[in-house]
Design a protein around this ligand. Structure first.
Ligand SMILES: *Cc1c(COP(=O)(O)O)cnc(C)c1O
Length: 479
């Protein structure tokens, strides 16, 4: 600590020079095996990277392993890390089921199987087998979407943000879209309603106030330049207290009287009434259409439980216009998405089987007693893995649906609250544990709240995998 800077530099140089030359090191027999397997250039790069890290550590005054065995092991590890896929499985114990940062909905086995069956071979993505002529990829899921929502027509794009953008661009570019000030939402940072309108080339006309919008607000704003009346589901926040909003059916009536279409962006858009399973009720696309809304947009990977996609359903003439817009070609979905979507939608033909066959619904509808029983089964293993530095408690928790769905509704759940045993540096002790859990072969992610690391067990289905890796938990030093 008190050494003059000079001598530190000398010491580190002395250590670093004990590293073999890269050329000599590459002649090591184990390196030859690595080179045979991965190629000369790749291994040289790995060796250089490992040597550079060693030199850096030496310069920082650390003890550096310059033995051949140590260097070979580091090169092997470096190569293994470089070759490991970047997209990995996680164990999501955050309590948020549709976690946007963790890939949202889990695909049903049927969807994965359908991808597997149809992707390794040529398929009829845009080929009409009956006529032997060119087909339209939308027709693969259009009938199913119409059957499930009662729509006349449907189309699919990359995500719901794209669905909204395309709908506005196709129906209102260069003209006005009327929307309530209470619905000018921002979803996940980059999706802000005013910006989407501008990107689509439409002029947004805001009506009403943040908390109250009335039918007359829409009526007074309508003029010859009005192209669309739009409602946006305020997915991720709630306005409470002295509020008023115009219902979909009221807005649809006003739109019809004025001879302009009405659109509704639902965001999540569950296809089934979730209250059947004691979950909060979300507006359904089929209800919107029945109430007279002409075009409804919603996500494929939120409550629907399918792949990332944006679904547009509604009146034939309007959907036709949307399909013909040049942006449709830029925003269209791939065959992978269509395969996953078709198989997911097909599950909805058997609503009574949804909680078994659709992972999203299975997790959302999971009984809190199940999570509590699991916590009790795991408790002893958790205690021995964490040692005496932490105090573990089984607690009731509140899960979230996530992805902006139903922000104020929480689902009763259970799991662990883990606190540092001592008061001192409790925060960094929790961070060290959270980091150690993330460093497991299948990273485990919880959430830190109120001075505890919370592990919500709602989304844990493979208990054996979770237990089997706990032995590898290495909690670092607490800073
Ligand atoms: C989530 C959401 C979107 C964006 O949907 P993505 O599928 O994430 O693109 C748009 N509008 C609303 C109301 C949403 O909740």
């Amino acid at each position: 600590m008190t050494q003059p800077v000079e001598s530190v530099v000398h010491r580190s140089q002395a250590k670093a020079t004990r590293l073999p030359s890269v050329d000599r090191f590459l002649k090591h027999t184990q390196l030859a095996a690595l080179i045979a397997q991965h190629g000369h250039r790749f291994v040289v790069e790995a060796a250089r990277a490992v040597f550079a890290l060693r030199r850096e550590a030496a310069a920082a005054g650390g003890d550096v392993d310059v033995s051949d065995e140590g260097l070979v092991a580091s090169v092997q590890e470096h190569i293994a890390q470089r070759l490991a896929p970047r997209l990995r499985r996680l164990i999501n114990l955050t309590g948020t089921v549709l976690h946007t940062n963790m890939g949202r909905a889990l695909l049903a086995p049927e969807a994965i199987a359908h991808i597997g069956r149809t992707m390794a071979a040529p398929n009829n993505l845009e080929y009409d087998v009956d006529s032997g002529e060119r087909g339209d990829r939308d027709t693969l899921v259009e009938n199913l979407l119409c059957e499930l929502t009662g729509a006349e027509a449907a189309t699919v794009v990359n995500n719901n943000a794209a669905a909204v953008l395309l709908t506005i661009a196709a129906l209102a570019a260069g003209r006005e879209v009327i929307v309530s000030r209470g619905e000018l939402v921002e979803i996940g940072g980059a999706f802000r309603m005013p910006d989407v309108m501008a990107s689509a080339g439409a002029r947004m006309v805001e009506v009403g106030t943040t908390n109250r919008t009335h039918p007359r607000d829409y009526q007074q704003a309508i003029n010859a330049d009005t192209a669309l009346l739009m409602k946006v589901h305020t997915s991720n926040y709630a306005i409470e207290g002295f509020t008023a909003a115009v219902s979909e059916s009221e807005m649809a009536k006003i739109a019809r009287a004025a001879g302009v279409p009405a659109a509704s962006d639902l965001g999540s858009g569950s296809l089934i009434d979730l209250s059947t399973w004691g979950l909060p009720r979300e507006p359904l696309p089929q209800d919107m259409l029945r109430k007279g809304i002409d075009v409804v947009t919603f996500s494929g990977d939120k409550l629907l439980g399918g792949p990332q996609a944006g679904l547009i359903v509604g009146k034939r003439e309007l959907v036709q216009k949307i399909k013909k817009h040049p942006l449709k070609r830029a925003l269209r979905v791939s065959k992978l998405v269509l395969a996953a979507l078709e198989a997911t939608l097909a599950i909805y033909r058997h609503p009574e089987q949804l909680t078994q066959r659709l992972p999203t619904l299975r997790l959302l509808a999971r009984d809190p007693g199940e999570m509590l029983a699991m916590a009790q089964r795991l408790e002893a293993t958790m205690r021995s893995a964490l040692g005496t530095r932490y105090v573990i408690e089984i607690v009731s928790l509140k899960s979230q649906i996530g992805s902006g769905s139903l922000p104020v509704d929480r689902l009763p759940s259970a799991g662990f609250a883990i606190r540092a045993a001592g008061e001192k540096r409790a925060g960094s002790a929790l961070n060290a544990l959270a980091e150690a859990l993330r460093k497991l072969p299948v990273p485990v992610v919880g959430r830190i709240a109120d001075g505890a690391l919370l592990l919500d067990l709602r989304c844990l289905e493979d208990e054996a995998e979770f237990i089997s890796q706990l032995g590898e938990l290495r909690i670092g030093e607490i800073a």
